[in-house]
Design a protein around this ligand. Structure first.
Ligand code: NAD
Length: 252
């Protein structure tokens, strides 16, 4: 069930958190994994973990915001069945606290970075006779989290990007969906707490966990499980949709 045997998967930001969990799970299910990462040391560590489990993986250092770097990496990878646009960054602030530089930084990774990878990957997926794409969105785009102006907007753009790709490439057998996690315990969250609540890490972690309807944060593996399903042949009838992994955040 949910085998990726013989598939080649590109995971951006696979050196940490959700991307790491997706890379490890996909490799365990038989995929050859290519991790496209800004941080090659972190990615190399994940490749080591995968190889220890008998899987196949490779590091490609690139900034997804830089189109030439992305094109070069996808040229090297060549054949491709799966793309997971996972690399993302956040900014804390309402519109008044979001400078032009903050806005551009978030957009350059979360929106332009995803576009760059789609631009590079789609010709390969078409040549391959189809494939599947998963983009990481967020509940922030569903409900508008307080003080996440640029981040929420950037994740809203992921919904439209997902729909547009799904519609344009229906005839090419390319499926495209997105996942919207609520708070998932990753270095992304730990970094946010450390930066904004130094000395109160434990208290804030507890508060954030309890603020989730289900009473805890999600795990990266719980997001990876959905990504695996969406990228598998078993999800062959699913395209153009967003799926929350949110412990009830949006509806309850
Ligand atoms: P993380 O910070 O733990 O990992 C992100 C990885 O992306 C890092 O290894 C980083 O080096 C890499 N990266 C960042 N910018 C890059 C760039 N320009 N080019 C290439 N690689 C780059 O983050 P995470 O928590 O695992 O989040 C992964 C995705 O899930 C993000 O898109 C995030 O917005 C989304 N998300 C996370 C949460 C959460 O609570 N953790 C919730 C909703 C959505």
């Amino acid at each position: 069930m949910f085998s990726l045997q013989g598939k080649t998967a590109v995971i951006t930001g696979g050196g940490s958190g959700i991307g790491r969990a997706i890379s490890r799970l996909f490799a365990r299910q038989g995929a050859t994994v290519h991790i496209v990462e800004l941080n090659p040391d972190a990615a190399a560590q994940v490749v080591g973990e995968i190889e220890q489990e008998g899987g196949k993986a490779q590091v490609h250092q690139a900034n997804v915001a830089e189109q030439q770097q992305v094109l070069h990496v996808f040229e090297q990878i060549g054949k491709l069945d799966i793309l997971v646009n996972n690399a993302g960054i956040a900014h804390v602030g309402n519109v008044e606290n979001t400078s032009e530089a903050d806005f551009e930084r978030v957009y350059s990774v979360n929106v332009k970075g995803a576009y760059n990878c789609l631009y590079a990957a789609v010709p390969h997926l078409k040549a391959q006779g189809g494939g599947t794409i998963v983009n990481l969105a967020s509940i922030a785009a569903h409900v508008g989290i307080t003080d996440r102006f640029a981040y929420s907007m950037s994740k809203g753009a992921i919904f439209a990007m997902t729909l547009s790709i799904a519609r344009d490439y229906l005839g090419d057998k390319i499926r495209c969906n997105s996942i919207s996690p609520a708070r998932v315990h990753t270095p992304f969250v730990d970094g946010f707490i450390a930066k904004n609540y130094a000395g109160r890490e434990e208290e804030i972690f507890d508060k954030l966990s309890k603020s989730q309807p289900i009473g805890r944060m999600g795990t990266p593996e719980e997001v990876a499980n959905l990504a695996l399903f969406l990228c598998s042949d078993e999800a062959g009838f699913i395209t153009g949709c967003d799926y929350p992994v949110d412990g009830g955040f949006i509806k309850l």
